[in-house]
Design a protein around this ligand. Structure first.
Ligand SMILES: [Zn+2]
Length: 132
């Protein structure tokens, strides 16, 4: 258990050169826009996101449910349990999910898509608020 908790000791394998160069902290911080840079080959990577959909779902659906339940029953227990599950999930991801290569073209596409979606939302909100 102590060995499992020693995150500092865990170095993650670079998806390009297979050297163990990426620290748990780098892995934690890494995203598409700010990837972890391998100290051996200098290429960008981030944590595999295979669990992100489940995590997003849990965050957007389960959290309000836990919050409402806490409020109605005047207890912090569901929120505490929820936080614990989130922390545990983050820890397990850091420990077991592999690093994957960052594809710069795919990233740019993704951010343009997000930007487009935001613009659409903004226009819709404007329309809803002022024109109706
Ligand atoms: Zn590398």
């Amino acid at each position: 258990m102590i060995k499992l908790l020693a995150l500092k000791e865990i170095m993650n394998q670079c998806p390009y050169c297979s050297e163990k160069t990426i620290s748990a902290w780098q892995k934690f911080k890494a995203s598409d826009l700010y990837p972890a840079i391998c100290s051996s080959c200098g290429k960008p990577s981030r944590m595999s996101t295979s669990l992100n959909t489940i995590e997003d779902l849990a965050g957007t659906v389960l959290f309000p449910v836990a919050a409402v339940f806490s409020f109605l029953n005047k207890t912090w227990l569901p929120l505490v349990a929820f936080t614990f599950i989130l922390v545990l999930g983050a820890f397990l991801k850091l420990r077991y999910l592999p690093m994957v290569a960052v594809n710069e073209k795919a990233v740019v596409k993704k951010y343009w898509f997000a930007f487009g979606a935001l613009v659409m939302l903004f226009i819709w909100l404007l329309y809803d608020g002022f024109i109706k």
